[in-house]
Design a protein around this ligand. Structure first.
Ligand SMILES: [Zn+2]
Length: 67
């Protein structure tokens, strides 16, 4: 798995605030390793702005931190 590039593929997930679809996880393994966070106080690898409710939520990829 390549982690040296900051421009990682953006997984697709549902917004934890409104349930709207914001992004896709192409890799099922990655999806299983993903944790959605609602607040900035939690660690996150991606900050995603929902295109529907325009709230920010975090995406934490456990896989990136286990190596
Ligand atoms: Zn939303």
């Amino acid at each position: 798995m390549q982690t040296s590039d900051n421009r990682r593929k953006m997984p697709k997930l549902k917004c934890p605030h409104c349930g709207g679809r914001c992004a896709d996880v192409a890799d099922a393994k990655l999806k299983n390793q993903s944790v959605l966070t609602k607040t900035e106080s939690e660690p996150a690898d991606f900050m995603i702005e929902c295109p529907r409710c325009h709230k920010l939520f975090g995406l934490y990829i456990k896989l990136l931190h286990s190596a």
